[in-house]
Write a protein that binds this ligand. Structure first.
Ligand code: TYD
Length: 207
């Protein structure tokens, strides 16, 4: 079972992933969380390249291929093995981030991204069973990112129009695949949002 979490930067994904990890572990499941880009030595090095503000000359095509490269490594080094061990794998971002950020955000060809995502996931063998898209207004997500007090990374330094396109992209791909996607209203308290997530987990017999 693969569960992915998607959303704009600052949507509260990390907190909700922690809570999901805890509740699934308490119900006796083996669970592992992996982040994208990253999750292993090679993919973490690719992450460094992608998020480094010094790399502001990076072309959208290079960026897209690096996200795909990181994913190809994560699938083959980690996800396949964990699933064989009977783990529930929780992914902090996955294929849909590339469609939303590089496709809708940067304007790269969606069909190329679809094919490369298939390639990265061994012909679609490792596609999430459930994808939570945590939706908040773009302005709110940006103000959460700046108020975190952490240094912003290369992706977070984009303007509001970029993140508006990314959000619209996530909503569009959620609409196209309602079986896999659960669009979660990520406004409200942490407990309210988690209530919406656990309702879905219950419906899918995971709790
Ligand atoms: P990160 O600090 O992990 O952001 P967050 O905590 O919001 O997940 O940085 C990952 C950044 O990379 C984030 O801005 C989204 C972006 N991204 C893409 O543009 N394409 C992708 O395929 C993935 C996986 C992430």
């Amino acid at each position: 079972m693969i569960i992915s979490f998607e959303g704009l930067d600052g949507c509260g994904k990390s907190t909700q992933i922690d809570k999901t990890l805890n509740i699934l572990q308490s119900s006796g499941k083996k669970v592992k969380v992996l982040r994208e880009p990253g999750g292993n030595t090679v993919s973490e090095k690719i992450r460094g390249l992608l998020l480094d503000l010094d790399n502001n000359s990076m072309k959208p095509e290079t960026e897209m291929l690096l996200y795909i490269a990181s994913r190809a490594q994560l699938v083959r080094e980690d996800i396949s093995r964990l699933l064989e061990d009977g783990c529930v794998v929780i992914l902090d971002r996955f294929i849909d981030s590339t469609t939303a950020y590089q496709g809708y955000g940067r304007g790269l060809d969606l069909e190329t991204i679809r094919v490369l995502n298939l390639f990265a996931t061994e012909n679609g063998k490792y596609i999430p069973d459930i994808t939570f898209f945590l939706d908040i207004e773009t302005e709110k997500s940006l103000s959460r990112v700046t108020s975190r007090g952490e240094e912003i990374n290369r992706m977070e330094s984009e303007d509001i129009d970029f993140f508006d396109r990314v959000r619209k992209g996530f909503l569009e791909i959620s609409r196209r695949d309602p079986e896999r996607f659960s669009v979660i209203d990520a406004s409200g308290t942490v407990e309210e949002v988690f209530g919406r997530i656990s309702d879905v987990l219950r419906k899918r017999d995971l709790l």
